[in-house]
Design a protein. Sequence first.
Length: 309
Amino acid sequence: INMENTSSVKEFILLGLSENQRVQKTCFVVFLFFYMVIVSGNLLIVVTVTSSQRLNSPMYFFLSYLSLVDICYSSVTVPKMIADFLVENKTISFVSCIAQLFGVHFFGCTEIFMLTVMAYDRYVAICRPLHYTTLMTRRVCGWMVMGSWVGGFLHSLVQTLPVTHLPFCGPNKVDHYFCDVHPLLRLACSDTYVVGAVVVANSGMITLSSFFILLTSYVIILVSLKGQTAEGWHKALSTCGSHITVVILFFGPCTFVYIRPSSNLLEDKSVAVFYTVITPMLHPFIYALRNEEVKSAMRKLWHRKVVSE
């Protein structure tokens, strides 16, 4: 991609979350802690699932990939944001900026597809338990994960390519803590109406269709539980409850930022913290701490490590 031809801007300045020095120092400590929790918590889930023989069902297979996506997703924006809290000059090169934009949409969209696949998995497990093992084979699960990555990649291309062809001739201050579509469109020195419409349509179509599939699968699950015993209800809702929590935490803010033409970038920044930092940080707690199987597998893993040393 020849990105340099139309732009005289070679780098952007990220304005970050706040211009106040004291706030920035506090943010540095807080977000560094958050990022460490994201990486260690999600890594713990990946290691636990891959090393435990008992956690071999599709649900955990998807969960380990979701955790992997979470680590990548946060790593695209958070380390740069943390480093920027300490420096006066928060610059990012044009190429790095586009790479960051691509990464955010690639991993973010992959995450949306993974959450949708997990909802389908719960639907098959609860509504068609007798066919579960034939429908959700290792191969099918592998294809679903692969499809999520490919879908994320294609979505990200559609979001990123039009932006690379826009002319940027200054100003170069991005009112955000990472390079995202809306703040960049504001800086282009040509009419961005069409690109903006494509971006909103692309994000909107993916988010809304995925959300519709998720919603439908959960409505069907709830309806199918009507004749169940209290124990059956409890079991189904405990596995679905954590998933629904994550879906709301992730889809709510994403929908807010990407499905409407952006008017207030300050609002967008604050909401973005939610889906790039808070949700990936809460995932391990929501999934692991509410799940006895994961907790016991973690204890076993810990015990093995201690004994072997």
